[in-house]
Ligand binder design. Sequence first.
Ligand code: XIL
Length: 350
Amino acid sequence: MRRNSTRLRLVGALAGALLTVVATGPAAQAHPDKEPPTLGELAQRHGRYFGSATDNPELTDTAYTALLGSEFGQITPGNGQKWYATEPQQGVFDFSAGDEIVNLARANHQKVRGHTLVWHSQLPDWLTGKEWTPAELRSVLKKHIQTVVRHYRGKVFAWDVVNEAFNEDGTYRETIFYKTLGPGYIADALRWARQADPHVKLYLNDYNIEAVGPKSDAYYTLAKELKAKRVPLDGIGLQAHLALQYGYPTTLEENLRRFARLGLDTALTEVDVRMLLPATEEKLAQQADWYRDLTEACLAVRRCVGITIWDYTDKYSWIPAFFPGEGAALPWDEQLVPKPAYHAIRQALR
Ligand code: XIL
């Protein structure tokens, strides 16, 4: 049986005991004696974070917010910082949704990943409903990026500056930004973000780039070019919206390593592992294996800085609404009860 011999368990227990002795600081002291360490605390012992996305409507659910505030070391606003939310009218900025989540996270001593500045989706109508000249769109884009980044300066440690810039075959996605400004919009976006906050980590983020393949190759090539031109890029975010029916990305660790060799951080930024419903014991066990394996892959690569699940409970997962017939993608079920995946993540983090 995998990873379950008495010897391994003994070694694990000893290592755990040692870590408990070595670990210091608020995270270690927050749970004296009996209470098991949280995923956030376990990850912190490896110098990583373990976080969750959240969204404004669910913050009225007190059972939900209790776990959100205690189990995780990092939070990503699921929608609150997107363009439609932050600049609903041209030049009129609204940070209320993003601030609500950032303030809650700060109150709980959680780090925040900013998400996201430039994306083809969830844009306001004033932006998509008009033909822009390149000069106009450049100035709209620069103002948006710099106003949002300045507002959250010192409050978020990273930004997904550009989200989902490539197609599956590694060609550029024909977004309003690409079509109007050409591929240089990515370097510009990174430079503008850097001007607005010299310290925040700047990421490119996408899905289906967990394995080595045409789409992750596109990021590898682009990252190398950007680095060569001294464009500020700190990391690549791998969303990791996985689905049991499509197979596990077995080259994940190798992929993380090649970005690390370029001098880049990586993070698993939006993890969920969906399945065709109904969920069965067998599928939940396979899902647990995948969560364990992806956690181990991140821990194996020094520059993989952390893992974020795309919310933590099936109660608030985006999957059923976007992939009809699929779901059960997160480590906690709809009643906020931990699933096998939760225990598998714990195992991996021990
Ligand atoms: C999703 C949110 O979770 C949903 O609430 C929203 O309706 C649509 O967007 N990739 C991303 C995320 O980068 O921003 C998306 O979030 C999921 C896919």
